[in-house]
Design a protein around this ligand. Sequence first.
Ligand SMILES: NC(=O)c1ccc[n+]([C@@H]2O[C@H](COP(=O)([O-])OP(=O)(O)OC[C@H]3O[C@@H](n4cnc5c(N)ncnc54)[C@H](OP(=O)(O)O)[C@@H]3O)[C@@H](O)[C@H]2O)c1
Length: 201
Amino acid sequence: MKIVVVGGAGTIGRRLVPALRSSGHHVIVAGRSSGDVHVDLGSPATIESMYRQTGAVDAVVCVAAHGALDEFATLTSGALYENMRAKFFGQADLVLIGQRHCAGGASFTLTSGIFADHPWPHVTGGGVISGALHSFVLSAAVELPRGMRINVVSPTMVADSAGAFAQHFPGMRSVAMDELVGHYLRCVEGDDTGTVIRAYG
Ligand SMILES: NC(=O)c1ccc[n+]([C@@H]2O[C@H](COP(=O)([O-])OP(=O)(O)OC[C@H]3O[C@@H](n4cnc5c(N)ncnc54)[C@H](OP(=O)(O)O)[C@@H]3O)[C@@H](O)[C@H]2O)c1
């Protein structure tokens, strides 16, 4: 399969891209400054341009763009919107724009996160983004054209990020990288659609 991985040079992407390649897939890595093709999820025009450069792909995987930490006492709807721009609206645009560019039967695999289901201080934005992504995927699975599929992987803190993130999320379990990569492979190579995969360790 020809697959574009947005964020393929990042923490999860660095594990996922070699696994996809060793399964025989042709992988194109995309990022704002990293990778083979440049795209900013905050800019729909660059998403159009990415798809024009890749041509029709059989799978799109997004492992890019974090939600930011926030402070509930001073949070505003404007800040929430800004927080959602790349990770929620950008992933939604990958699908809304991509449905016109991708090959028949193509799959989309998005990434959300544990805060959709398990609230934690200072991640209201992260929770809202991920909850919205789960609902978006359920609706998109019903309406995508030409046999396209869509799923979302919702990780807890991943093992390779534990060193950097554990201070913000004391006591949170991490998910092993092999297990997490296996979930993405299942989304790309299997026939699931409309599935929210909760990789909570
Ligand atoms: N790491 C964790 O523990 C964890 C846990 C739960 C959920 N997640 C989610 O998993 C996804 C990937 O996480 P990660 O830790 O692998 O991220 P990461 O290490 O920060 O890597 C992110 C990658 O995405 C690209 N990127 C960032 N912003 C982008 C944008 N606006 N448009 C296009 N590309 C962009 C970056 O490359 P450029 O700088 O070149 O753009 C980079 O390659 C994120 O949505 C994150 O919230 C991660």
